[in-house]
Unconditional design. Structure first.
Length: 522
């Protein structure tokens, strides 16, 4: 029987491997930030420093800590990326897809590790039944597809889960010890404390909002023995604080502390709707969101268990205080929602055990739980079989193909480069392959900046927003064009050389980009 229960973990791991490693570049649609984070990783690979100086895109330097790109750059270096891909000299859509494959497969592997860590957390904190249900939810529910995309939150998640797991081990070991042992910090406890602190420190060093996990992990460490609780917290908090301070220390030593302050200011003052963005999360995965919130409240009110609510509430408060929050920013909450859902579903299962007939005891709760699994997995499968990226890869390869290549003997200067102009997503998405993989070294400008276009050749990536601003038919467009007269002149004199129609209906689509036109003056 024990062997059977130990094999249960293979169920969620197999489901997770299928969901996250099957056709990784086919779905979900490519987000502009994915190119941004790959570019930063390649920047590390080329030895150009932890912070970008060549292309900053729509955000300034020091917008996020740099452990994410150090990790990704290290992984890509180990697989000899991109040389190991044997790319064609002339870029095509398959080449672009191949360049996204290795990073997305890496994240797929991390997702399987996340599933394992969540199972271990749930089984250690609760029991194997809760662990099985929670980890299956994590593996198959639609929101988990967002982990397939290259975000800092995706890199951060196994670090957060590892920190929580070692804190749970510490908490469980302390609670089960006798009174003499409980009052001492032996080597095993100290190791758990430091490992938990190191992982959470690295998570914060990947992206700052991970500090919202401090209350949960801190409570786990302090709660079972207040006699040594303060001492244990002090040992745990050392790496939690010291590791992220590498980031501002690097800025100070580089003489760029002012840029670090500007980066922090940029991230905290961006306009957005804050916690109201949870409406998008409800659109993506309403079942998991309802299960997670209901399960958290149930655990707190009925079971007097703070664990899930302490995981979720600090993030909710934080997202209420900042501006821009997108769906992928909720990724650290995904395990908490799944765990809360698992607790709720297993408590519901226990409730039916009071009934007399075997059909009521077994069939009814199993049918409810099975229905939730089937609906969630069916939605996920419906996304996996869609082609949500081919148009993007075709667009990307066309843009790179329109940029001239240089020979070693060519004298490259600002005049004979091409300046690519478009919205924020254009700079984030399309700068890294031509500049870092094919070494064409062209300029990329975000539409709306007042930078002077010095190159003679210009390529516009025209989406709906760009067309509106260049139309001169609205008050906003007229105000914008008052300071963009030379740009408007170049735009009007450029010719449409290609059109791409984006019609993706993926669950993470924040509105289809629709018709994309490529205009050039050369």
């Amino acid at each position: 029987m024990l062997k059977f229960f130990s094999l249960l973990i293979l169920i969620p791991l197999s489901l997770s491997a299928f969901v996250h490693l099957w056709n990784p570049t086919g779905t979900p649609e490519i987000d502009g930030d994915e190119g941004h984070y790959i570019r930063r990783a390649v920047n590390i690979m080329l030895g150009e420093g932890a912070e970008e100086t060549k292309i900053l895109g729509p955000s300034p330097g020091y917008a996020n800590p740099f452990f994410g790109q150090v990790f990704f750059g290290s992984v890509l270096t180990l697989i000899n990326y991109p040389q190991s891909l044997s790319l064609d000299v002339k870029i095509n859509a398959n080449s672009v897809a191949a360049l996204f494959l290795a990073p997305r497969v890496t994240l797929g592997v991390l997702a399987v590790i996340d599933t394992f860590l969540l199972f271990k957390i749930a089984s250690s904190r609760y029991n194997r039944s809760v662990a099985l249900v929670a980890s299956i939810l994590f593996a198959i529910m639609p929101f988990s597809l967002d982990i397939r995309r290259i975000f800092l939150e995706t890199i951060q998640l196994p670090l957060i889960l590892s920190s929580v797991l070692f804190a749970v081990y510490y908490n469980k070991h302390t609670a089960s010890a006798n009174s003499v042992i409980r009052g001492k910090l032996n080597s095993g406890k100290i190791i758990c404390l430091f490992i938990s602190g190191i992982f959470l420190g690295l998570a914060i060093f990947t992206k700052i909002p991970a500090f919202n996990m401090i209350p949960l992990v801190g409570i786990l460490i302090y709660s079972n023995n207040r006699n040594v609780g303060i001492k244990a917290l002090a040992l745990w908090i050392i790496p939690v604080i010291l590791i992220p301070t590498i980031w501002p220390s690097y800025a100070i030593l580089s003489g760029e502390f002012d840029k670090w302050v500007n980066g922090i200011s940029y991230q905290t003052t961006r306009e957005g709707i804050g916690i109201l963005s949870m409406e998008d999360l409800f659109r993506v995965d309403p079942i998991l969101l309802v299960l997670g919130i209901s399960g958290s409240i149930f655990s707190l009110v009925i079971r007097r268990d703070y664990f899930c609510i302490a995981w979720i509430i600090p993030y909710i408060i934080f997202f209420s205080l900042i501006g821009i929050v997108r769906t992928h920013n909720y990724i650290p909450l995904l395990p908490g929602f799944c765990l809360a859902g698992g607790i709720l579903m297993m408590e519901m299962y226990k409730l039916f055990q009071k009934y007399k007939t075997s059909i009521q005891r077994l069939l009814v709760p199993s049918s409810i739980i099975g229905t939730i699994f089937v609906i969630g997995f069916a939605i996920t499968i419906s996304q996996l079989i869609q082609d949500q990226t081919s148009t993007y890869f075709k667009l990307y390869s066309f843009i790179v193909g329109k940029l001239p290549t240089y020979n070693d003997n060519d004298k490259v200067n600002v005049k004979n480069k091409v300046t690519v102009i478009g919205g924020n997503w254009v700079v984030s998405s399309f700068s890294w392959i031509p500049n870092y993989v094919y070494y064409n070294d062209h300029e990329f400008e975000r539409l709306g900046t007042n930078s002077k276009i010095e190159s003679e050749k210009v390529l516009f990536v025209v989406d709906k927003r760009t067309r509106e601003l260049m139309s001169n038919s609205t008050t906003e467009a007229k105000k914008f064009l008052q300071h963009q007269i030379p740009l408007k002149t170049i735009y009007d004199s450029s010719d449409i050389v290609a059109k791409f129609n984006f019609t993706s209906k993926g669950i993470f689509s924040e509105g289809s980009k629709g018709l994309i036109e490529i205009k050039t003056n050369y």
